[in-house]
Design a protein around this ligand. Structure first.
Ligand code: PBG
Length: 357
């Protein structure tokens, strides 16, 4: 990301007085009452008419957690992103709090030895996610913590649900997801984020949380989640890309569909979702806009691993100005109606926002 913003050429020549002939030549030949460029001619006018702005409050920062002490390992397909041991995740939580990032999302890299057919490690109250939730809550109590509910980081086959003879079981999976949500709520999770796309899971998890006294634990539903190729680098990061058998098209949505997203969201809202997410982000801006307009709910976009990887790869090749690509991609979510976004750029963005103040 070495390339810096260029200086706009008009800034240099804007104040030079024109010679009389030049003025004549420059006199308007089109009879236009409306000239859109008037509002664009200076930095201050552009700032004044800007429709969307960006603050650190718009950010949710996803972190990858692993076993170990004082350890960080890079994720090769996500340049600049590392898996962190619990103590390092706490350090990053402190950094996030200083940067006014409101919330972190935690994703575990589970030791392959702990993965099994049923994802049983997901229900271990001392698993990596739960230990990280507790450690961060203790050291950085004021930052929000979100955790995924789905079995894919814990299953030997890499699927989000229970697999029987090639079929992902719905209701049986939901029964396990309720328990996973409870284990996470118990560990201090503020926002349960079911990313599994099973039918009926939001209502079932809400019931389970309420029955256990967790009425104040929120649910951010991955309401419209598509079966996307853009999750590839994430699966590297949590270690499920090599193990995943087949694909997730029997539960995640078909990228060709848009009305179906509205049906999915309608159900999740009725079942008690507090906040909604559309995922991936940039290829699905139309869905973000439809969801925001239809439901007027807090709506979040997930700028997923593959979107991040594309921008970083192009920047590293010198094909794109990575900084500007980052800002433009994030502003697109605001323009589409998102209230915020999960993005791996979160700390970089927040640092730059802080520097601007
Ligand atoms: C797990 C989950 C995935 C992502 C978030 N939660 C992967 C998947 O569904 O296969 C993807 C996030 C990213 O790509 O950044 N269900």
């Amino acid at each position: 990301m070495a390339v810096k913003f260029g200086r706009p050429i008009q800034q240099k020549i804007g104040f030079m007085p024109l010679k009389p002939q030049a003025r004549e030549a420059a006199s308007p030949s089109l009879d236009l009452a409306v000239r859109m460029r008037r509002n664009r001619q200076n930095d201050w006018t552009r700032r004044m008419v800007r429709e969307n702005t960006f603050t650190a409050d718009d950010l949710i920062w996803p972190l990858f957690i692993m076993e170990g002490q004082n350890a960080r390992t890079p994720v090769p397909s996500m340049p600049g992103v590392e898996r962190l041991s619990v103590d390092q995740a706490v350090r990053e939580a402190e950094r996030a709090a200083k940067l006014a990032i409101p919330c972190l999302a935690l994703f575990p890299y589970t030791d392959p030895k702990l993965r099994d057919e049923t994802g049983s490690e997901a229900l271990n109250p001392d698993n990596l996610v739960c230990r990280t939730l507790r450690a961060i809550k203790k050291e950085v109590p004021d930052i929000g913590l979100l955790a995924d509910v789905a079995l894919d980081p814990f299953t030997s086959h890499g699927h989000d649900g229970l697999l029987q003879e090639g079929v992902i079981l719905n209701d049986e999976t939901v029964a396990v997801l309720i328990k996973q949500a409870l284990v996470q709520a118990e560990a201090g999770c503020d926002i349960i984020a079911p990313s599994d796309m099973m039918d009926g899971r939001i209502g079932a998890i809400r019931k389970g949380l309420d029955a256990a006294g967790f009425t104040n634990v929120s649910i951010m539903s991955y309401a419209a989640k598509y079966a996307s190729v853009f999750y590839g680098p994430f699966r590297d990061a949590v270690g499920s890309s090599k193990t995943l058998t087949g694909d997730k098209r029997t539960y995640q949505m078909d990228p060709a569909n848009t009305d179906e997203a509205i049906r999915e969201v309608t159900l999740d809202v009725a079942e008690g979702a507090d906040m909604l997410m559309v995922k991936p982000g940039m290829p699905y801006l139309d869905i973000i806009r439809r969801v925001k307009d239809s439901f007027a709910m807090p709506t979040f976009a997930y700028q997923v691993s593959g979107e991040y990887a594309m921008i970083m790869a192009a920047a590293q090749n010198g094909w794109l100005d990575g900084e500007r690509a980052m800002w433009e991609s994030l502003m697109a979510f605001k323009r589409a109606g998102a209230d915020g976004m999960l993005t791996y750029f979160a700390p970089r963005v927040a640092e730059q926002l802080k520097g601007q103040k």
